[in-house]
Design a protein around this ligand. Structure first.
Ligand code: ASP
Ligand code: MG
Length: 402
């Protein structure tokens, strides 16, 4: 059996934890399996590196920033290789260049395109444990790229798909996927199973456990995914195509504070306006999430949308640079907003989920700014300070507690 095991930053934060990871990998190895280990940077190393960069230059060139950030994962894999050596286990560490993990060119937010498997296969055939850097790739210029914060999960799933692994395990500092973040909603419950689609929405909307693109890839290539703790042996959560119906309408509540609302006011009310606005934003590689357009009045209309906070300055600048072309009057920015979502495959066949969520928010006296929905999700944009209260109110309303 070939297993891909990914360990996050907290799981390799110090010597003791590095040996803990090595020993967990050894269990699989000694049982006769081929083991590929994907690691994140130790502890908060990526944040430390970003601070170092900003100290030198508050707008560091994205290429140089990626060059710096990729060192974090290289430290982890090299140290892990040394730990295996100390345990007398044959192992080899590889970075994205050595494996050849090819990505698109965009620094800081690259997407994996293709992974060469020859080198890894060769090392596995030589009975080695292969330790690979997460989060990084190389582009067509042979430069290092990174996959976006939390991207090591995506590396692991992509490797599992490329190697046709039998299992992909994501080890983290929580026991699995919960109905809500247990630090905010203390009576949240751990789920045994969840579908790819539900997990994708939860991950995208801020559940934090998994990088959303890793779930996208897992679904596309049908990679069996397990999220479990590196600190204990509890069973974790399995993510797959179909799960046993637990009679649950909603599977979880998620919140995302990393959101900014941008409103473009006084746009002309005629065809092509939304196209021009969002085309500009798309060309700058900025992800737009919720979109709300007002009814036209007196020949003008307003369009509001949300973007990740770290992209909002770029987005505002592009709009301001193009005010004439867009014929807009004003841009308004609000960073103190958060998205709260309920997700569940069960809502497809059950009306009333949105109403129930709005009732819970009303009960907690929380105002809704924007709303968006899909077949399996309802999201509201609210004021950031209300996030925790909103999560608890909604979680209670759907009876998700233990
Ligand atoms: N070290 C990177 C980060 O902190 C990637 C990861 O941990 O998945 O974002
Ligand atoms: Mg993570």
């Amino acid at each position: 059996m070939l297993v891909v095991k990914k360990f996050g930053g907290t799981s390799v934060a110090n010597k003791e934890r590095i040996y803990n990871v090595a020993n967990r990998c050894l269990e699989d190895y000694r049982a006769g399996n081929q083991v590929v280990v994907v690691l994140s940077a130790m502890g908060k190393q990526t944040d430390v590196l970003i601070d170092m960069a900003k100290d030198i230059n508050d707008k560091p060139p994205k290429r140089e920033l990626d060059m710096l950030l990729t060192t974090g994962e290289q430290i982890s894999v090299a140290l892990m290789g040394m730990a295996f050596d100390a345990l007398n286990v044959p192992a080899v560490s590889l970075n994205a260049f050595q494996v050849a993990m090819h990505t698109t060119s965009v620094y800081g937010n690259a997407r994996l395109k293709r992974i060469d498997t020859e080198r890894i296969r060769h090392e596995l055939d030589n009975k080695k444990i292969v330790v690979v850097t997460g989060f990084q790739g190389i582009n067509k210029y042979d430069d290092f790229t990174t996959l976006g914060r939390g991207g090591s999960d995506t590396t692991a799933v992509a490797l599992a798909a490329a190697l046709h692994a039998d299992k992909c395990e994501i080890y983290t500092d929580v026991d699995g996927v919960y109905t809500a973040d247990p630090r905010i909603v203390p009576n949240a419950r751990k789920m045994k199973e969840i579908t790819y689609d539900e997990m994708l929405d939860l991950a995208t909307l801020g559940a934090g456990v998994l990088h959303n693109r890793s779930v996208e890839l897992a679904k596309k290539y049908n990679v069996p995914l397990v999220v479990r703790s590196s600190l204990n042996t509890s069973e974790g959560t399995t993510i797959k195509e179909v799960v046993k119906v637990e009679g649950m309408l909603i599977s979880g509540v998620a919140a995302e504070k990393n959101a900014t609302r941008i409103s473009v006011i006084g746009l002309e009310d005629r065809p092509g306006v939304a196209f021009r606005l969002f085309n500009l934003i798309a060309k700058a590689n900025i992800n737009v999430d919720m979109i709300l357009q007002s009814i036209g009045r007196d020949g003008t209309k307003d369009i509001s949308f949300t973007v990740p906070e770290d992209m909002s300055d770029d987005a505002v600048k592009i709009i301001e640079d193009n005010m004439d072309m867009l014929r807009a009057h004003q841009v308004d920015v609000n960073k103190d907003v958060a998205k709260v979502s309920v997700v569940g495959a069960g809502m497809m066949s059950n009306p009333g989920v949105a109403a129930k969520m709005f009732e819970a928010l009303f009960g907690a006296d929380i105002n809704i700014n924007m709303i968006s929905t899909s077949e399996i999700r309802v999201t509201v944009l609210i004021s950031e300070k209300d996030t925790e209260r909103a999560m608890r109110a909604v979680h209670d309303a759907f009876g998700l507690e233990d």
